[in-house]
Design a protein around this ligand. Structure first.
Ligand SMILES: *[C@@H]1O[C@H](CO)[C@@H](O)[C@H](O)[C@H]1NC(C)=O
Ligand SMILES: *[C@@H]1O[C@H](CO)[C@@H](O)[C@H](O)[C@H]1NC(C)=O
Ligand SMILES: *[C@@H]1O[C@H](CO)[C@@H](O)[C@H](O)[C@H]1NC(C)=O
Length: 500
């Protein structure tokens, strides 16, 4: 019975490939927690289109990103390699950063280009701009790019924190840098960007990219890392004030509206049955924003930490006719997206040390994961400290724990910035199936043979760390205000004069 179904699905896939290679749409939300979507149990979020993807696709319960911060998490998704290899550490890139994702790293777009794919990135890049746009998406295999090249609080965005205008402002953005630009390919299209119109610009651009590639019968890859639901949470006219959850709920709804528009475009373009849509998020919720930030659901802490709330994320794979709707408890990671896309497209994987595993069996056959472990690096990984935590099957061992500013304000003191680096010997051990909230450490003498488990974990850790070679830190190359994107490069009185 099982074998018949397996053979049938395999046959379907082969036929589909022979007809035309599949399209890929990767949706990547920002600072969105495990508990933020309706389909992951949030009681007041409005995310009808993401919920629709989950109902008609495969929803992951045990999916992880590779870093509790934006830039490194993006680097891993696009390359299938830990940020430690590509040098996207410590912390994140800034508007004037000298470094960026090294050009000799191979992105998903570059994996697909040789097969004739049309490729586009739309949204928040955050993998560097650099001198003369050296690190923009157009230099990493994307034919086209529309977006803001880093986080939207990396510039004076004060007006967005004063919504509605008659209430008091609730926070600040960076004021000493240029106004946030909207870039098209390598040119500045607007500076400052019109934030209230940004989501509309993204969804129009994306829909037109999908429609025109489909019309040409060209397979496509669209990567949409959204600025939502990052701070400052806000929405344009289509979603502002439309949810009962406040600014976070509105920003999520605005993103969700785009998901709906893209699904409709796939349908109208006749490619919905030949497109893998994959949704996940870059890191856990920014709990420091309190009720305006996200929600990690049952998971402990959030952004900036290596507790589950910092790195376990919602993830949904949707492909009508190929992916059977359901829920999977298999272990998977954003690292696995590149090898999976390569396999489905019939592309060669880059000949480098890859950290991802092909998830095709999980997606198309409700099969087992090839992955047995998840590695947790902190926001500032170092060779000296190594991994902060490691999950092996259902068990997680913390070697170090530390709170983070991003997760401060929660009642759990371990999440806050006041909780400094804590070394655990023996490691702090949790059974994530019995105790997903990491509240009750396993102790010797219980049901689990703790010494034997620790021995196995230690072996996996040693083997992994022996295989890890840290690339030169790109973020350590520092910042130069002259490199901040400026639409009138010769103007005087920077950064304020950069307005066009
Ligand atoms: C990219 O180049 C740097 C510097 O030469 C090198 O250290 C690194 O290993 C290269 N990375 C890849 C993926 O080839
Ligand atoms: C950018 O390119 C221009 C023209 O090619 C060149 O004159 C300039 O030196 C470059 N700037 C940097 C920072 O590399
Ligand atoms: C996709 O497949 C479904 C089920 O076979 C079919 O009803 C629908 O018309 C197909 N859609 C497109 C756009 O081909």
């Amino acid at each position: 019975m099982d074998f018949t179904r397996l053979g049938f699905v395999a046959l379907l896939c082969v036929c589909a490939h022979a007809a035309s290679p599949p399209n890929f749409l990767v949706l990547f939300a920002d600072d969105l927690g495990f508990g933020d979507l309706g389909c992951y149990g949030h009681p007041s979020s409005l995310s009808p289109n993401l919920d629709r993807l989950a109902a008609g696709g495969l929803r992951f319960t045990d999916f992880y990103c590779t870093s509790p911060l934006c830039s490194p998490s993006r680097a891993s998704l696009l390359t299938g390699r830990y940020q430690t290899r590509s040098g996207i550490y410590p912390g994140v890139l800034y508007p004037g950063s000298v470094g960026g994702l090294p050009l000799n790293e191979t992105t998903i777009a570059e994996v697909l280009k040789p097969l004739g794919y049309a490729t586009a990135a739309v949204g928040k890049w955050h993998l560097g701009v650099g001198p003369n746009g050296t690190f923009l998406p157009t230099r990493q295999g994307f034919d086209e790019y529309l977006g803001i090249p880093y986080s939207h609080d990396m510039g004076p965005c004060h007006n967005l924190t004063c919504f509605p205008p008659d209430v008091k402002c609730f926070g600040m953005c960076d004021v000493g840098t240029v106004l946030v630009p909207l870039m098209h390919n390598e040119d500045i299209k607007e500076q400052p960007v019109n934030f209230l119109d940004l989501e509309r610009a993204y969804s129009d651009f994306s829909a037109s990219f999908i429609a025109s590639a489909s019309k040409r019968k060209q397979p496509f890859f669209l990567y949409y890392p959204s600025h939502h639901t990052h701070y400052p949470q806000y929405a344009g006219p289509g979603a502002a004030g439309k949810t009962s959850r406040g600014p976070f709920g509105d920003s999520l709804l605005e993103f969700d509206n785009t998901v709906g528009k893209l699904l409709a475009t796939l349908e109208e373009s006749g490619v919905i049955n030949n497109t893998l849509v994959f949704f996940t998020a870059d890191n856990g919720p920014s709990l420091m924003r309190m009720s305006r930030g996200g929600n990690a659901g049952a998971l402990r802490c959030g952004k900036g930490t290596t507790y589950e709330g910092g790195m376990r994320e919602p993830a949904i794979a949707f492909w009508p006719g190929t992916i059977t709707p359901g829920v999977t408890r298999e272990l998977a990671s954003s690292l696995d997206i590149l090898p999976t896309i390569a396999r489905l497209a019939g592309a060669r994987v880059p000949q480098v040390a890859l950290d991802g595993f092909d998830m095709t069996e999980i997606l198309t056959n409700q099969g087992k994961s090839k992955r047995e472990a998840i590695m947790f690096y902190p926001s500032d990984p170092s060779e000296q400290l190594g991994l902060f935590a490691l999950r092996l099957e259902k068990y997680k061992a913390h070697f170090y724990t530390r709170g983070s500013t991003h997760s401060s304000t929660t009642p759990d003191k371990e999440c806050s910035a006041f909780s400094v680096l804590n070394f655990h010997d023996p490691p702090l051990l949790f059974d994530l199936e019995a105790d997903p909230s990491e509240r009750y450490p396993l102790v010797p003498g219980g049901e689990t043979d703790v010494p034997a488990l620790l021995e196995r974990i230690k072996k996996v850790k040693e083997q992994f760390e022996a295989s890890m070679s840290f690339g030169e830190s790109e973020i350590g190359k520092g910042s130069d205000p002259q490199l901040e994107p400026c639409c009138s490069p010769e103007c005087s009185q920077k950064p304020h004069c950069c307005q066009c």
